[in-house]
Design a binder for this molecule. Structure first.
Ligand code: HEM
Length: 362
């Protein structure tokens, strides 16, 4: 089907089982036209992010069959998953590496949509729902870190308590005092497996509907006139051919994470000891760690707030009709500086001496 013009692949009059399913469930509606360049890897990164999300759900559902979401039983149940449950160690490692793949695809997808100015009118809403997804992803990563209840998880949980304290009334949900009959671990588990995924599904539905409404942005090269002309003359493909393409890349990703899971299985330390702080966060939160050294626990909301406000303001600040990254040099330099700072902070966070932050009092 790849490469077929949308009109030649309408699916009308299909015979057999596929035709029957089309007639009843209206799958034909998915064969709408998307521009030819939508199938390039750069424009499939959002689809790969989505594919990794689907695989995270599948592996997560399996893990949930053996996980005990109580403070007392959590760590023992993760040991059970790793040592005893059928294929438990493999599925847990896949879940772990899929989370890494998800973050990598998400960040690359953001960089691509920024570089190609895909946030510009009328696509601001796609960018904003993207940032909602970015925040929800951070929530999923944080709540996932806490669940294994080893030392790293216990220290993440201590940060959770500090967030509750720092946010005052607004942080009530994070506090252990919010309810005294269900532990914070159980509530973070509920957030991880139901509350946050429900919000992700809703935000993703809006993200995708807006993309369908406004179509994928044109290739950005050249003047606005050249871009408009190319957009008019570019051949189209069907969205179903794009879905095939996403499926193919998701299978490649699964192969990759299978190799990684084999080479470096997900780790698990001994049950955590409360009151000490000797570990560092997982790599995707390491860039925040030096900030905690420098300005204390308040960094946990000040720095992400600055980042999110900065990201939100992009469509309202970069408003010229230029899409070509070569014609938006100051923005590209700024983006490169942010990525370089993120890398440098991550490396510094990884090599610096571990320090206790939760005792610092923010
Ligand atoms: C769970 C996270 C996300 C998923 C699953 C997702 C999925 C997608 C998909 C499938 C597309 C179609 C084009 C493509 O595949 O590249 C897309 C487009 C887009 N996404 Fe996302 N996205 C996510 C997060 C984000 C974030 C964090 C941003 C930016 C802040 C963002 C901004 C955009 C924009 C602006 C487009 C339009 C691209 C264009 O028209 O060229 N997305 N997204």
């Amino acid at each position: 089907m790849s490469g077929t013009p949308a009109s030649a692949d309408s699916g009308a009059g299909r015979a057999g089982v596929l035709g029957w399913v089309d007639d009843r469930f209206g799958l034909d509606a998915l064969r709408y036209a998307v521009p030819h360049h939508a199938n390039s890897l750069a424009y499939t990164l959002g689809g790969i992010t989505m594919g990794s999300l689907v695989l995270l759900v599948v592996t997560g559902v399996y893990l949930a069959q053996f996980y005990d979401p109580t403070q007392a039983g959590a760590h023992t149940s993760v040991v059970y998953i790793t040592d005893t449950a059928f294929a438990g160690a493999l599925i847990r490692s896949l879940h772990y590496w899929l989370a890494t793949a998800f973050v990598a695809a998400l960040v690359l997808h953001m960089i691509r949509t920024f570089a190609t100015a895909s946030f510009k009118a009328p696509r601001e809403g796609i960018w904003i729902t993207g940032i909602v997804l970015f925040l929800l992803a951070a929530g999923l990563l944080f709540s996932g870190t806490v669940l294994k209840q080893d030392q790293e998880a216990l220290e993440a949980l201590a940060h959770n308590d500090e967030i509750a304290r720092l946010f005052g009334f607004a942080g009530f949900w994070f506090s252990a005092d919010f309810t005294n009959n269900v532990s914070v671990v159980t509530r973070l588990y509920i957030a991880h497996v139901s509350i946050l995924p429900a919000f992700v599904a809703a935000a993703l539905a809006v993200h995708m509907l807006l993309i369908k409404r406004h179509r994928i942005s044109p290739l950005p090269w050249g003047t606005p006139e050249q871009i408009a002309e190319r957009e008019r003359s570019e051949p189209s493909r069907t969205f179903t051919s794009h879905l095939d393409h996403i499926g193919m890349w998701t299978v490649v990703l699964l192969g990759l994470v299978l190799i990684l899971a084999g080479l470096a299985p997900a780790g698990l330390g001994p049950a955590g000891v409360a009151g000490i702080e000797i570990t560092k966060p997982p790599w995707y939160f390491l860039w925040l760690y030096p900030w905690e050294d420098w300005i204390g626990l308040a960094a946990l909301y000040i720095i992400p707030a600055i980042l999110v406000l900065g990201l939100l303001s992009i469509p309202f600040l970069d408003r010229s009709d230029q899409r070509d990254p070569r014609r938006r040099k100051p923005w590209m330099v700024l983006a490169a500086a942010v990525v370089a700072a993120w890398l440098a902070l991550t490396i510094y966070g990884a090599v610096s001496v571990p320090v206790s932050h939760t005792g610092m009092g923010g």
